[in-house]
Design a binder for this molecule. Structure first.
Ligand SMILES: [Zn+2]
Length: 269
Protein backbone atom coordinates (compact mmCIF):
# COMPACT_ATOMS: atom_id res chain seq x y z
CA UNK A 1 0.00 0.00 0.00
CA UNK A 2 2.76 2.47 0.90
CA UNK A 3 4.20 2.35 -2.65
CA UNK A 4 0.77 3.03 -4.15
CA UNK A 5 0.24 5.95 -1.75
CA UNK A 6 3.59 7.38 -2.93
CA UNK A 7 2.62 6.88 -6.56
CA UNK A 8 -0.74 8.62 -6.08
CA UNK A 9 0.93 11.46 -4.17
CA UNK A 10 3.44 11.87 -7.04
CA UNK A 11 0.63 11.96 -9.60
CA UNK A 12 -1.17 14.66 -7.64
CA UNK A 13 1.93 16.73 -6.84
CA UNK A 14 2.94 16.83 -10.53
CA UNK A 15 -0.59 17.29 -11.90
CA UNK A 16 -1.69 20.45 -13.66
CA UNK A 17 -5.43 20.08 -13.26
CA UNK A 18 -6.46 17.44 -10.75
CA UNK A 19 -10.22 16.97 -10.54
CA UNK A 20 -12.15 14.87 -8.01
CA UNK A 21 -15.41 13.00 -8.55
CA UNK A 22 -17.14 11.89 -5.35
CA UNK A 23 -20.20 9.81 -4.52
CA UNK A 24 -22.09 8.58 -1.48
CA UNK A 25 -19.19 6.37 -0.33
CA UNK A 26 -17.17 9.39 0.80
CA UNK A 27 -19.92 10.43 3.24
CA UNK A 28 -20.72 7.06 4.82
CA UNK A 29 -17.85 7.71 7.26
CA UNK A 30 -19.82 10.80 8.30
CA UNK A 31 -22.77 8.61 9.19
CA UNK A 32 -24.85 9.40 6.08
CA UNK A 33 -26.34 6.21 4.67
CA UNK A 34 -25.67 5.53 1.02
CA UNK A 35 -28.56 4.68 -1.23
CA UNK A 36 -27.99 1.51 -3.15
CA UNK A 37 -25.98 -0.84 -0.94
CA UNK A 38 -27.73 -3.38 1.34
CA UNK A 39 -28.92 -1.48 4.41
CA UNK A 40 -28.74 1.76 2.40
CA UNK A 41 -31.49 4.35 2.35
CA UNK A 42 -33.44 2.66 -0.46
CA UNK A 43 -33.88 -0.45 1.68
CA UNK A 44 -35.98 1.67 4.10
CA UNK A 45 -37.50 4.39 1.96
CA UNK A 46 -39.17 3.92 -1.42
CA UNK A 47 -36.97 5.79 -3.93
CA UNK A 48 -40.23 6.69 -5.70
CA UNK A 49 -40.83 9.25 -2.92
CA UNK A 50 -37.97 11.20 -4.49
CA UNK A 51 -39.50 11.26 -7.96
CA UNK A 52 -40.59 14.61 -9.33
CA UNK A 53 -43.97 13.26 -10.45
CA UNK A 54 -44.92 12.03 -7.00
CA UNK A 55 -43.60 15.22 -5.41
CA UNK A 56 -45.76 17.39 -7.67
CA UNK A 57 -48.82 15.18 -7.08
CA UNK A 58 -48.61 15.66 -3.34
CA UNK A 59 -45.87 17.98 -2.08
CA UNK A 60 -47.31 18.07 1.45
CA UNK A 61 -46.88 14.31 1.73
CA UNK A 62 -43.22 14.59 0.65
CA UNK A 63 -42.46 17.33 3.16
CA UNK A 64 -44.08 15.31 6.01
CA UNK A 65 -41.91 12.33 5.07
CA UNK A 66 -38.90 14.64 4.97
CA UNK A 67 -39.56 15.81 8.55
CA UNK A 68 -40.05 12.20 9.71
CA UNK A 69 -36.78 11.09 8.11
CA UNK A 70 -34.93 14.00 9.66
CA UNK A 71 -36.42 13.30 13.11
CA UNK A 72 -35.51 9.61 12.92
CA UNK A 73 -31.92 10.61 12.06
CA UNK A 74 -32.12 8.62 8.83
CA UNK A 75 -31.30 11.47 6.49
CA UNK A 76 -30.34 14.25 8.87
CA UNK A 77 -27.80 15.92 6.63
CA UNK A 78 -27.64 19.18 8.58
CA UNK A 79 -26.19 17.45 11.66
CA UNK A 80 -23.57 15.47 9.71
CA UNK A 81 -19.93 16.53 9.95
CA UNK A 82 -17.25 16.16 7.27
CA UNK A 83 -14.79 13.32 7.79
CA UNK A 84 -11.04 12.96 7.17
CA UNK A 85 -11.61 12.38 3.44
CA UNK A 86 -13.51 15.67 2.99
CA UNK A 87 -10.85 17.55 5.01
CA UNK A 88 -7.95 16.02 3.05
CA UNK A 89 -9.56 17.13 -0.24
CA UNK A 90 -10.19 20.63 1.11
CA UNK A 91 -6.52 20.91 2.17
CA UNK A 92 -5.38 19.64 -1.25
CA UNK A 93 -7.44 22.42 -2.83
CA UNK A 94 -5.92 25.03 -0.48
CA UNK A 95 -2.47 23.80 -1.57
CA UNK A 96 -3.47 24.46 -5.18
CA UNK A 97 -3.44 20.79 -6.16
CA UNK A 98 -7.12 19.87 -6.42
CA UNK A 99 -8.76 22.33 -8.81
CA UNK A 100 -12.36 21.18 -8.59
CA UNK A 101 -14.63 18.64 -6.92
CA UNK A 102 -17.60 17.29 -8.85
CA UNK A 103 -19.89 15.61 -6.36
CA UNK A 104 -22.96 13.45 -6.71
CA UNK A 105 -23.70 14.08 -3.04
CA UNK A 106 -26.32 16.53 -1.82
CA UNK A 107 -24.98 16.73 1.75
CA UNK A 108 -22.91 19.96 1.63
CA UNK A 109 -20.00 18.22 3.42
CA UNK A 110 -17.31 19.27 0.94
CA UNK A 111 -18.19 22.93 1.50
CA UNK A 112 -18.45 22.37 5.25
CA UNK A 113 -14.89 20.95 5.18
CA UNK A 114 -13.65 24.07 3.38
CA UNK A 115 -13.70 23.13 -0.32
CA UNK A 116 -14.59 26.07 -2.54
CA UNK A 117 -14.72 24.84 -6.14
CA UNK A 118 -17.53 22.32 -5.86
CA UNK A 119 -19.87 21.32 -8.68
CA UNK A 120 -23.03 19.85 -7.16
CA UNK A 121 -24.21 17.44 -9.81
CA UNK A 122 -27.36 16.51 -7.97
CA UNK A 123 -27.93 19.78 -6.12
CA UNK A 124 -27.86 20.39 -2.39
CA UNK A 125 -30.41 19.08 0.05
CA UNK A 126 -29.61 21.79 2.61
CA UNK A 127 -31.28 24.35 0.40
CA UNK A 128 -34.87 24.69 -0.76
CA UNK A 129 -35.69 26.28 -4.10
CA UNK A 130 -38.84 27.99 -5.34
CA UNK A 131 -40.03 26.09 -8.40
CA UNK A 132 -41.38 29.34 -9.88
CA UNK A 133 -38.89 32.17 -9.24
CA UNK A 134 -35.88 29.94 -8.34
CA UNK A 135 -35.14 31.82 -5.13
CA UNK A 136 -33.23 29.59 -2.69
CA UNK A 137 -33.33 29.56 1.08
CA UNK A 138 -31.91 27.29 3.79
CA UNK A 139 -34.07 24.18 4.09
CA UNK A 140 -33.91 24.66 7.88
CA UNK A 141 -36.11 27.77 7.50
CA UNK A 142 -38.69 25.70 5.63
CA UNK A 143 -38.49 22.94 8.24
CA UNK A 144 -39.20 25.35 11.08
CA UNK A 145 -42.22 26.79 9.27
CA UNK A 146 -43.54 23.24 8.81
CA UNK A 147 -42.69 22.25 12.39
CA UNK A 148 -44.54 25.30 13.73
CA UNK A 149 -47.58 24.30 11.69
CA UNK A 150 -47.47 27.63 9.82
CA UNK A 151 -47.79 25.77 6.53
CA UNK A 152 -48.53 22.23 5.30
CA UNK A 153 -47.04 22.87 1.90
CA UNK A 154 -44.16 25.35 2.07
CA UNK A 155 -44.42 28.36 -0.22
CA UNK A 156 -41.89 30.87 -1.47
CA UNK A 157 -41.88 34.00 0.69
CA UNK A 158 -41.36 36.14 -2.41
CA UNK A 159 -43.79 34.79 -5.01
CA UNK A 160 -45.86 32.07 -3.33
CA UNK A 161 -44.44 29.35 -5.61
CA UNK A 162 -44.01 25.78 -4.42
CA UNK A 163 -40.78 25.02 -2.55
CA UNK A 164 -38.79 21.87 -3.24
CA UNK A 165 -35.43 20.70 -1.88
CA UNK A 166 -32.76 22.09 -4.24
CA UNK A 167 -31.70 18.60 -5.24
CA UNK A 168 -32.26 16.69 -8.48
CA UNK A 169 -35.21 14.33 -8.04
CA UNK A 170 -35.73 11.19 -10.13
CA UNK A 171 -37.19 12.22 -13.46
CA UNK A 172 -35.57 15.65 -13.34
CA UNK A 173 -32.63 16.65 -15.56
CA UNK A 174 -29.22 17.55 -14.12
CA UNK A 175 -28.79 21.34 -14.00
CA UNK A 176 -27.31 22.66 -17.24
CA UNK A 177 -24.73 24.75 -15.36
CA UNK A 178 -23.42 21.68 -13.47
CA UNK A 179 -23.29 19.67 -16.68
CA UNK A 180 -21.37 22.40 -18.47
CA UNK A 181 -18.94 22.88 -15.57
CA UNK A 182 -18.25 19.14 -15.37
CA UNK A 183 -17.60 18.99 -19.12
CA UNK A 184 -15.16 21.89 -18.92
CA UNK A 185 -13.38 20.24 -15.97
CA UNK A 186 -13.24 16.85 -17.74
CA UNK A 187 -11.56 18.46 -20.74
CA UNK A 188 -8.93 20.23 -18.61
CA UNK A 189 -8.34 17.35 -16.21
CA UNK A 190 -5.05 15.41 -16.25
CA UNK A 191 -5.61 13.45 -13.02
CA UNK A 192 -9.06 12.31 -11.95
CA UNK A 193 -9.62 11.03 -8.43
CA UNK A 194 -12.77 8.91 -8.26
CA UNK A 195 -13.90 8.44 -4.66
CA UNK A 196 -16.78 6.53 -3.12
CA UNK A 197 -18.85 6.03 -6.24
CA UNK A 198 -19.88 2.83 -7.97
CA UNK A 199 -20.02 4.69 -11.34
CA UNK A 200 -23.43 3.25 -12.11
CA UNK A 201 -25.34 6.51 -12.42
CA UNK A 202 -25.04 8.54 -15.60
CA UNK A 203 -24.18 11.24 -16.50
CA UNK A 204 -21.69 11.33 -13.58
CA UNK A 205 -20.29 7.98 -14.71
CA UNK A 206 -19.57 9.58 -18.08
CA UNK A 207 -16.84 11.76 -16.55
CA UNK A 208 -14.16 9.04 -16.18
CA UNK A 209 -14.97 7.80 -19.70
CA UNK A 210 -14.56 11.31 -21.10
CA UNK A 211 -11.19 11.87 -19.41
CA UNK A 212 -9.91 8.53 -20.73
CA UNK A 213 -11.07 9.18 -24.30
CA UNK A 214 -9.43 12.57 -24.73
CA UNK A 215 -5.81 12.95 -25.79
CA UNK A 216 -3.67 12.72 -23.81
CA UNK A 217 -5.91 10.71 -21.50
CA UNK A 218 -6.06 11.64 -17.83
CA UNK A 219 -4.84 9.28 -15.16
CA UNK A 220 -7.74 7.85 -13.18
CA UNK A 221 -7.19 6.98 -9.52
CA UNK A 222 -10.06 5.19 -7.81
CA UNK A 223 -10.61 4.95 -4.04
CA UNK A 224 -13.52 2.72 -3.10
CA UNK A 225 -14.52 0.00 -0.65
CA UNK A 226 -15.43 -2.21 -3.63
CA UNK A 227 -14.17 -1.74 -7.20
CA UNK A 228 -16.54 0.40 -9.29
CA UNK A 229 -18.55 -0.98 -12.20
CA UNK A 230 -16.12 0.64 -14.65
CA UNK A 231 -12.76 0.02 -12.96
CA UNK A 232 -11.58 -2.32 -15.70
CA UNK A 233 -12.26 0.26 -18.40
CA UNK A 234 -11.11 3.44 -16.74
CA UNK A 235 -9.08 2.95 -13.58
CA UNK A 236 -5.27 3.19 -13.67
CA UNK A 237 -4.69 2.96 -9.92
CA UNK A 238 -7.25 1.22 -7.72
CA UNK A 239 -7.09 1.61 -3.93
CA UNK A 240 -9.58 -0.32 -1.86
CA UNK A 241 -10.38 0.77 1.68
CA UNK A 242 -11.57 3.69 3.80
CA UNK A 243 -11.46 6.97 1.87
CA UNK A 244 -10.71 8.88 5.09
CA UNK A 245 -7.70 6.74 5.90
CA UNK A 246 -6.32 6.56 2.36
CA UNK A 247 -6.75 10.27 1.59
CA UNK A 248 -5.14 11.29 4.88
CA UNK A 249 -2.08 9.23 3.97
CA UNK A 250 -2.06 10.60 0.43
CA UNK A 251 -2.34 14.18 1.72
CA UNK A 252 0.55 13.67 4.20
CA UNK A 253 2.68 12.25 1.42
CA UNK A 254 1.89 15.13 -0.98
CA UNK A 255 2.67 17.64 1.75
CA UNK A 256 5.99 15.97 2.51
CA UNK A 257 6.87 15.95 -1.18
CA UNK A 258 6.10 19.62 -1.58
CA UNK A 259 8.09 20.55 1.54
CA UNK A 260 11.05 18.60 0.14
CA UNK A 261 10.77 20.40 -3.19
CA UNK A 262 10.65 23.72 -1.37
CA UNK A 263 13.76 22.80 0.66
CA UNK A 264 15.61 21.74 -2.50
CA UNK A 265 14.69 24.97 -4.27
CA UNK A 266 15.77 27.18 -1.39
CA UNK A 267 19.03 25.14 -1.20
CA UNK A 268 19.66 25.92 -4.86
CA UNK A 269 18.96 29.65 -4.61
ZN1 LIG B 1 -40.67 32.22 -5.65
Amino acid sequence: METIIQEVADCLATSVNAVVLTGAGISTESGIPDFRSPGGLWSRVDPGEFSIDRFLQNPGRFWRLHLQMKASGDFDLASAEPNAAHFALAKLEQMGIVKCIITQNVDNLHQKAGSVEVVEFHGNFLRAICMKCKMVEPISNVESRLDNGDEDVPRCTRCGGLLKPDAVFFGEPIGSKSLMMSQVQSQKCDVLLVIGTSLQVFPAAQIPLTVKLKYPPAKVIEINMEPSAMHKQVTDILMLGSAGEILTRVFNCVQERILQQGAMQSGRN
